[in-house]
Design a protein around this ligand. Structure first.
Ligand SMILES: [Zn+2]
Length: 115
């Protein structure tokens, strides 16, 4: 059986063959390569963190489970979100205070309309 010389298929897209186009396959390889390599644990510092599910990461050393990016445990956006969440706590308290105020106003209006 003679086979035509094929271009070497890279990494995890071997099973894809010519499908989805080279650009998409290259992007897939980049993301999956990042996903598959062990990451450092933010708790114990060991490089034993693996992805359990999309956005869920667990350290195999200390069993520390945490939320992260879909394909990597830490994303730039996640860091920004965490920072925003810390600052937003004051804002959330303020919002609930406003909500309570509006709640107390609403029945008063209802009373006026029924009269
Ligand atoms: Zn750990």
């Amino acid at each position: 059986m003679k086979k035509l010389p094929k271009t070497k298929k890279v990494g995890s897209t071997r099973g894809f063959g010519p499908r989805y186009g080279s650009t998409v396959r290259k992007r897939y390889v980049k993301v999956i390569a990042d996903l598959k390599k062990p990451h450092r644990c933010p708790q114990c510092g060991f490089v034993r963190v693996r992805r359990v599910s999309v956005g869920v990461w667990r350290c195999r050393k200390c069993e520390y489970t945490f939320a992260g990016g879909a394909y990597m445990p830490n994303t730039k956006l996640g860091t920004i979100a965490r920072r925003a969440a810390k600052g937003a706590q004051v804002e959330v308290v303020h919002r609930t205070a406003v909500a309570v105020e509006t709640d107390s106003v609403e029945p008063a209006i209802e009373e006026e309309t029924t009269e």
